[in-house]
Design a protein around this ligand. Structure first.
Ligand code: NAD
Length: 504
């Protein structure tokens, strides 16, 4: 039986509706209830009620939910791919990245989460007399706000560790892609997640998303840097924790000793996956002089051969953009660059013959400072090629941006040393973005204007908890035994500190 997704929205029905359309051709997908501000408050109340019991649920039972969810995701691969594609207009291969990613992340959390979250003994104030334990305590109800570009991966990636740690979640996915998040919730409940623990609210960003921030005990946000700043300010006012994965203008470096063919093929995926609407995809390529001709030739050949089309089959290398707004941004960045002297080496046109929001994979050169495509995030299938004559020049240019999310280095031998000099939260060597993202055991996030905090790895689990230290004192108080003079106790302590310092 198909789940009733509309019934899973936290909304009493007087907040209006959200209409969702397929970007491939504009056909309606569904109409869902829109949450009012009061609905958001109700969602938090329900989540809070469910959280109290969930926090006391044994870890093995929480893990069992994640394991069953992982299996259900794999069983429902085909339905998930279709929901993701219909809501985003992306290619099936790009949608498949999301399903695989969620299954692997859920498995990782089930396997490694309990050890990360367990109580830890710490050295006590006075050896043998103080026994100290560090606990990880869930925040309570975590607010999660996510964008439309990875409508399955992002909401689930952020909600699962929060839930495993004992929190409840109120999630606000983007209005363009709510069915995918609701379908994920239906699978979580089928896997045994207690009803009420994950609430989904829908509606306008500033209104409904803003209300989520007003009630949350901790906020996790993925989206643009501008919205991230607004939310950070409000979270600071409320003195609640905030983590954010924001925008990027990611550089790819082709060094003198790169394998050009591998780099050219890899750059196509790195730049045009999900039509470039990927926070960690590449928008700038710096190519060493000695490799310029060969790389440019092969890269353009591969770009020109890309299969761009609508549809739920596997053939497409690239699908549609999500919306008229994205198409407008992409068109503006390319037109502005061309008007100021940039040259189009491939693409450069909208493709209304394929669908209302299609745009060709586009390669620019002679892009200069002052053009929007030079330093602003396009978040579309547009990359600029720059020629450089040394590693130092490539590194300086790559770092010359307020962003610092992801970077990619193509080299047979110098990758690691160049990677360490790049200002980015993740650096992929001989790969665009997948090597770091899919290394779920390692943290992922941005530096500079690209974010605060990390997802993935132990850091990405502990980030959903606060620490609590519990220390139990035996026999003698830390301030000294009753009846002993202060001077005597001080001299014992002094000698003790001297002994301890010998043992470090
Ligand atoms: P956006 O910031 O406009 O919206 C993201 C989410 O925030 C949506 O759910 C939206 O409804 C909500 N929102 C908007 N304004 C809000 C407000 N004032 N208060 C509360 N919620 C609000 O971002 P977008 O343009 O939809 O998404 C694209 C951006 O997201 C790009 O900049 C991209 O780089 C970034 N992104 C980053 C990552 C990452 O992991 N670093 C991943 C995906 C997307």
């Amino acid at each position: 039986m198909k789940p009733d997704l509309a019934a899973l929205v936290t909304a009493e029905g007087d907040g209006g509706t959200v209409d969702v359309r397929c970007p491939f051709d504009g056909t309606p997908i569904g109409t869902l209830p829109r949450s009012s501000r009061e609905d958001v408050a109700t969602g938090f109340d329900r989540a809070r009620g469910a959280q109290e019991r969930w926090e006391r649920t044994p870890m093995r039972d929480r893990v069992a939910v994640l394991t069953r969810f992982r299996d259900l995701v794999l069983d429902h691969n085909s339905e998930l791919l279709t929901w993701i594609q219909r809501e985003t207009g992306k290619s099936r291969a790009s949608a498949f990245e999301e399903v695989t990613d969620v299954a692997l992340w859920a498995g990782y959390l089930a396997h490694r989460g309990p050890a990360a979250l367990k109580d830890r003994r710490r050295s006590g104030a006075i050896p043998l007399l103080t026994s100290t334990v560090e606990r990880r305590v869930p925040y309570g109800v975590v607010g999660v706000i996510t964008p439309w570009n990875y409508p399955f991966t992002l909401p689930v990636t952020d909600s699962l560790p929060a839930l495993l740690a004992g929190n409840a979640v109120v999630l606000k996915p983007d209005d363009k892609t709510p069915h995918t998040a609701l379908y994920a919730l239906s699978l979580l409940e089928e896997a045994g997640l207690p009803p009420g623990l994950l609430q989904i609210v829908l509606g306008d960003g500033p209104e409904v998303g803003g209300e989520v921030v007003e009630h949350a005990d901790h906020m996790v946000f993925t989206g643009s840097t501008a919205t991230g700043r607004t939310l950070a300010t409000r979270c600071a006012d409320r003195l609640i924790g905030f983590s954010a994965e924001l925008g990027g203008k990611n550089p790819l470096l082709v060094l003198e000793d790169a394998d050009v063919e591998r780099a050219a093929v890899g750059a196509v995926t790195a730049c045009f996956s999900n039509s470039g609407q990927l926070c960690i995809s590449m928008e700038r390529i710096y190519v060493h002089d000695s490799q310029w001709d060969a790389f440019t030739h092969r890269f353009l050949e591969h770009v020109s051969a890309m299969d761009v089309r609508a549809g739920l089959t596997w053939e497409a290398d690239m699908g549609s953009l999500i919306s008229a707004q994205q198409l407008e941004t992409v068109t503006r960045h390319v037109d502005d660059a061309v008007a100021q002297g940039a040259r189009v080496l491939a693409g450069g046109r909208a493709r209304p013959d394929l669908g209302p929001y299609f745009y060709e994979p586009t390669v620019l050169t002679d892009v200069q400072a002052g053009m929007e495509a030079h330093s602003g995030e396009t978040f579309g299938p547009v990359v600029s090629l720059y020629r450089v004559s040394s590693d130092d020049e490539a590194i300086a240019a790559a770092n010359d941006t307020p962003y610092g999310l992801n970077a990619s280095v193509w080299s047979k031998s110098r990758g690691p040393q160049v990677a360490r000099r790049l200002q980015a939260g993740s650096v992929n060597i001989n790969e665009g973005y997948a090597a770091t993202w899919a290394s779920h055991d390692a943290p992922m996030g941005g530096v500079k204007d690209s974010g605060l905090g990390r997802r993935h790895g132990t850091e990405g689990i502990l980030g959903y908890t606060e620490s609590q230290t519990i220390a139990q004192q035996r026999l003698v108080p830390v301030s000294g035994p009753p009846g002993m003079t202060r001077e005597r106790w001080a001299s014992i302590m002094h000698a003790g500190v001297r002994v301890l310092s010998r043992f470090n």
